[in-house]
Write a protein that binds this ligand. Structure first.
Ligand SMILES: *[C@@H]1O[C@H](CO)[C@@H](O)[C@H](O)[C@H]1NC(C)=O
Ligand SMILES: *[C@@H]1O[C@H](CO)[C@@H](O)[C@H](O)[C@H]1NC(C)=O
Length: 333
């Protein structure tokens, strides 16, 4: 479960300054996790979830209002997606059984995941695609799109690699999906969801500190899109040491947050005035916040703001939800 969330978080760790758009799907099959559905599909455009499916709903659920228009214009979209999802569910369940045997596992909790999608750079027009499978939080097998072969980083995947490499027809179909269809869908979703996906929401920036000896956290929240750049400067120079850059995380309201820690252990307080936190988001002016002790919200009541800064700073748990499979039903391991 932890590994699974880790894999999802990876998605938000991409280069935040780029102008890349992305379409991503996450399929997760699990066994031995009683409170988690045994098959879950989540689909996202630019990090925003637009579809969900799991073994309980047994149908694709739309998570964005603009998806309704996609359906109106393409009436068999849901039916096609449901069919593919159901086929994938069966394949994933079979695969988890196969892999348990191959790894000599009897009981316990096991997770088999696929993460696939494509990216499109709206400035230079370049695209990229990927298809990665994982088992119990470790890489299992992935597609090399350039050479159209499967790469097996673990011994247990070699059998699967041989089998999938031989399936030329399926691999050609995959190549077409990742280089053409996936990118076409991405552009289509971006245009349907334009008013939501291509909006800009300004971050609220706070400086937070848990205890007098903790790092000072520059916390930006409520921004959209997720491609933000947050860094600390000293005397106008960007700092790379003393700094712990956090991951961009989703909020429940469709905006994002990120925290970047500054370690001030070796900095005398009279030098604090040389520091500032800078937040950059495309389409707005840079937001600069000086490291002024009076602006820092703390948990020990120094500034009177009290603990509420800590509350806002808590990262929200990720909710696994949503998606629809378009590259076709994956093969058996
Ligand atoms: C979905 O999976 C869960 C196991 O995580 C199971 O309890 C539930 O019965 C499944 N639902 C259906 C409709 O099969
Ligand atoms: C902060 O930096 C000091 C050295 O200047 C180091 O000993 C300490 O571990 C660092 N603290 C954190 C939380 O990284």
């Amino acid at each position: 479960m932890k590994a699974l969330i880790g894999l999802l978080l990876l998605v938000f760790g991409h280069g935040v300054s780029s102008v890349l758009h992305s379409l991503q799907y996450f399929y997760t099959a699990s066994s031995g996790l009683p409170t988690f559905p045994e098959f879950v599909v989540v689909g996202m455009v630019d990090g925003v979830q637009m579809v969900y499916d799991d073994n309980n709903t047994q149908r694709v659920v739309l998570k964005q209002a603009w998806m309704e228009q996609v359906i109106r214009d393409d009436p068999s979209y849901l039916e096609r997606s449901n069919g593919l999802s159901l086929g994938s569910q069966q394949a994933f369940k079979d695969n988890i059984r196969t892999l348990k045997k191959r790894f000599n596992q009897k009981g316990g909790a096991h997770v088999y995941q696929e993460m696939y999608g494509c990216e499109w750079d709206d400035e230079d027009g370049s695209t990229d695609g990927y298809d990665h499978f994982g088992y119990d939080g470790e890489d299992f097998i992935e597609l090399d799109l350039k050479y159209m072969t499967w790469v097996a980083p673990v011994q247990e995947a070699v059998t699967t690699k041989r089998k999938w490499d031989q399936n030329r027809g399926y691999n050609e179909q995959q190549k077409h999906y990742y280089t053409k269809q996936c990118v076409d869908w991405l552009k289509k979703y971006l245009s349907y969801g334009k008013s939501t996906l291509q909006r800009t929401e300004r971050p609220r920036v706070s400086l937070l500190q848990r205890s007098p000896s903790s790092p000072v956290v520059c916390h930006a929240t409520g921004f959209y899109p997720d491609r933000v750049v947050v860094f600390w400067r000293r005397d106008g120079q960007e700092l790379h040491e003393q700094v712990d850059p956090g991951e961009v995380l989703p909020n429940h309201d469709g905006t994002f947050q990120v925290s970047v820690d500054l370690n001030l252990t070796a900095v005398p307080q009279e030098d604090w005035g040389r520091y500032e936190c800078v937040v950059q988001l495309k389409g707005i002016e840079d937001i600069s916040t000086p490291l002024d002790p009076a602006l820092i919200r703390t948990n020990w009541g120094k500034t009177g703001v009290g603990g509420d800064g800590g509350g806002e700073h808590m990262s929200h748990p990720l909710h696994l939800t949503s998606s629809q499979p378009l590259p076709g039903v994956p093969g058996h391991c």
